[in-house]
Design a protein around this ligand. Structure first.
Ligand SMILES: Nc1ncnc2c1ncn2[C@@H]1O[C@H](COP(=O)(O)OP(=O)(O)OP(=O)(O)O)[C@@H](O)[C@H]1O
Length: 365
């Protein structure tokens, strides 16, 4: 439905976007996720038509729209600041973009949209009489009223307090699915991106680092940056020593690294919640098996986080690395006594991923 081809943008000597390419299907909800300054807002502004790229093109349903003005593109846009007209009623704000329609039609369409966002009874009020969350719902109704081909959301929830933000996430997603409107949202909040999107585009230094479903990004991050930005991950420098086997410190680990060549250095990634812990029994320490790597470790610290407890573990065999594990809290939220001193740390082979360049991309290069 939307195709972005090799967009580049410089401001002076700074290269802000470097060869962005992205295809979006009809009805998809895509998040552009990345840290401050990675270029996501610039990309959204280029899509809106309020900024021009230095090179590359944008195609909507096969038509090249790169040279079209923002007003000709007719995209719905919602900004972080609600940008409502303070001197117009809520209904008049929503009707604002419906200039081509007759007045009565404008009004009934505005009421219909306000009904969709649950604000039909607030139509007569002025923006200053509404809460932040309500104002953002009005902005959403206004953006959707002219039935735009594409909805662009620029950090739409970041000005709201935490509770409103979470409930509006669900509301925006429900509405987007109901209307089947193709949507791109800029955010720096990973929870927001993971919970709302069909696919997430992770951006870093003006480039796309990885594109995938929330589940793909979480379970198979392609790089150290994605692993660190989307959730938490233990990172272990390693050397591939055989098929699905890598050495960390003095320890060989079974892991899920099919695509890596023997002899190549790589970074292994392991989520804290994938790690199992058992009591350590002297002389009963099992060695690594093909499915589970069992290693002795010392508990350095435990931090209670509510739904889980974070443990920092020192593992001599892994070259003295500090590994973080997360244990789900029990009913009474107390930790077993054996979680002091020495424990047996179990690292499931299938959860240990390779994060450096896989063999296939090296071959392609
Ligand atoms: N009009 C401009 N003139 C010069 N530099 C700009 C301009 N707009 C953006 N930049 C620079 O381009 C880089 C990317 O900015 P952009 O706003 O796209 O990042 P972002 O990922 O959206 O960050 P944030 O989340 O902080 O908004 C930044 O270093 C910014 O300072």
């Amino acid at each position: 439905m939307l195709s972005v081809k090799h967009i580049t943008k410089r401001y002076g000597t700074q290269s802000v976007l470097r060869g962005i390419a992205l295809d979006v299907a009809q009805g998809e909800f895509i998040s552009l996720l990345g840290p401050s300054g990675c270029g996501k807002t610039t990309l959204l502004r280029i899509l809106c038509g309020i900024e021009t790229p230095d090179s590359g093109s944008i195609h909507l349903r096969g038509q090249d729209i790169t040279a079209l003005e923002a007003s000709q593109r007719r995209f719905g846009v919602v900004f972080q600041s609600y940008a409502l007209f303070p001197n117009l009623s809520v209904a008049a704000n929503v009707a604002y973009g419906l200039q081509g329609m007759k007045r009565a039609q404008q009004h009934s369409r505005a009421l219909e949209m306000l009904d969709l966002v649950g604000l039909a009874d607030q139509a007569h009020k002025y923006p200053s009489q509404l809460s932040g969350g309500q104002q953002q719902r009005v902005a959403l109704a206004r953006a959707l009223a002219p039935q735009p081909p594409l909805l662009l959301l620029d950090e739409p929830l970041s000005a709201l307090d935490a509770q409103v933000r979470v409930s509006l996430r669900g509301e925006i997603r429900r509405l987007q699915k109901q209307l089947g409107i193709t949507t791109l949202m800029v955010t720096h909040d990973q929870d927001e991106a993971l919970s709302m999107s069909d696919r997430v585009v992770v951006m870093h230094k003006g480039q796309i680092e990885q594109t995938g479903t929330p589940q793909q990004l979480y379970s198979r991050p392609a790089s150290e940056f994605v692993a660190g930005f989307v959730g938490k991950m233990n990172l272990m420098p390693a050397l591939v020593v055989g098929r699905n086997r890598a050495r960390v410190g003095t320890q060989d680990l079974h892991c899920d690294i099919e695509a890596f060549k023997t002899g190549s250095p790589l970074l292994l990634g392991l989520r804290p919640e994938a790690i199992g812990l058992r009591p350590f029994v002297v002389d009963a320490e099992p060695g690594p098996s093909a499915s589970l790597n069992s290693l002795r470790a010392e508990v350095l610290e435990t931090v209670f986080l509510g739904p889980c407890t974070l443990l920092r573990l020192h593992c001599e065999a892994l070259g003295g690395l500090i590994i973080e594990a997360e244990l789900p809290s029990s009913d009474d939220a107390t930790l077993p006594v054996w979680l002091q001193g020495q424990v047996l740390m179990e690292l499931p082979a299938m959860s240990i991923r390779g994060l450096a360049q896989p063999l296939s991309t090296l071959r392609a290069a």
